[in-house]
Design a protein around this ligand. Structure first.
Ligand code: IPE
Ligand code: IPE
Ligand code: MG
Length: 257
């Protein structure tokens, strides 16, 4: 587990023009909203609301650094286990946010996409999701994937089932199925795997997020709760990434045996 203890953002901000190693895809498990609120004697839902401000910050930082893909975990396939009132609040919040934020996202040249299973979401939310996707489909500065009713295992099973159907129809030969073929059946088809996964909230677990895609992702854990994870923290995470040496199973570049 890695914790960044020092504040590097100031230094990084000054040095940023010389940092070339910017992630192409950042994924964030937006965790800790409930604990943030409880610490302040507020209902958990207050944390979810403040968490929305951090979504705006994360988008702004990606645009500032030219990160082309951002994936945010907003609601997992397991989050239905929560009290009905909290689930309802979250669904209302997603609808409210889509209504109020899509204009700005569109102006910022952000393409909005949703990953996850849609069929058991309420129709009014599904409709807003489709409208947001259609409205922003031509935007090119940043692809923002919002993971709602998303689970890594369910994504893999869904892909396997679709491939099996295509095999049964005679459209796919099982010999064709390799890693890149499989990846094209996932919600993130055509997108690069995340380079950097940010996990605030103080717990070092993946909680069923992007299980396939994070095979070689660098992971940045933070003890801060998501509502406290501000622009400077995003900069620290990008700085952390820029210092990583990735080997993907190989050895250091130029190193002899
Ligand atoms: C993450 O914060 C937001 C969602 C899962 C919707 P939590 O609600 O999980 O907050 P904690 O982890 O209980 O503090
Ligand atoms: C992960 O957080 C899901 C989201 C942030 C949307 P959880 O709070 O649901 O995960 P666990 O239960 O602590 O692993
Ligand atoms: Mg949590």
């Amino acid at each position: 587990m890695i914790h960044m203890k020092c504040k590097l953002s100031h230094w990084f901000k000054k040095k940023s023009p010389s940092v070339t190693n910017i992630p192409k895809h950042i994924a964030i498990i937006m965790d800790g909203n409930g604990r943030w609120a409880r610490q302040r004697g507020m209902p958990r839902t207050a944390g979810h609301r403040v968490g929305m401000d951090r979504v705006r910050d994360a988008v702004a930082i990606c645009l500032e650094y030219g990160v082309p893909y951002l994936t945010l975990y907003a609601f997992s396939t397991e989050n239905w286990k929560r009290p009905e009132e909290e689930v309802r609040f979250l669904m209302d919040l997603f609808e409210e946010a889509l209504k109020s934020e899509v204009d700005k996202l569109d102006q910022q040249n952000v393409r909005v996409r949703f990953i996850g299973l849609r069929h058991n979401l309420r129709p009014s939310l599904r409709e807003l999701m489709e409208q947001s996707e259609a409205r922003t489909s031509g935007n090119t500065a940043l692809t923002l994937n919002l993971a709602i009713n998303y689970g890594g295992r369910s994504e893999i099973v869904t892909a396997a089932r679709r491939i099996a159907e295509d095999v049964r129809r005679g459209e796919v030969d099982p010999e064709q199925i390799d890693e890149s073929f499989f990846g094209n059946y996932l919600f993130t088809a055509g997108q690069p795997d995340p380079d950097l996964l940010i996990k605030p909230g103080g717990e070092s677990r993946i909680s069923n997020f992007l299980l396939w895609q994070i095979a070689y992702t660098e992971i940045y854990y933070s003890t801060k709760f998501w509502p406290d994870f501000k622009k400077a923290d995003m900069r620290d995470a990008i700085f952390f990434y820029s210092q990583r040496e990735r080997r993907f199973g190989g050895i250091k570049r130029g190193e002899s045996i």
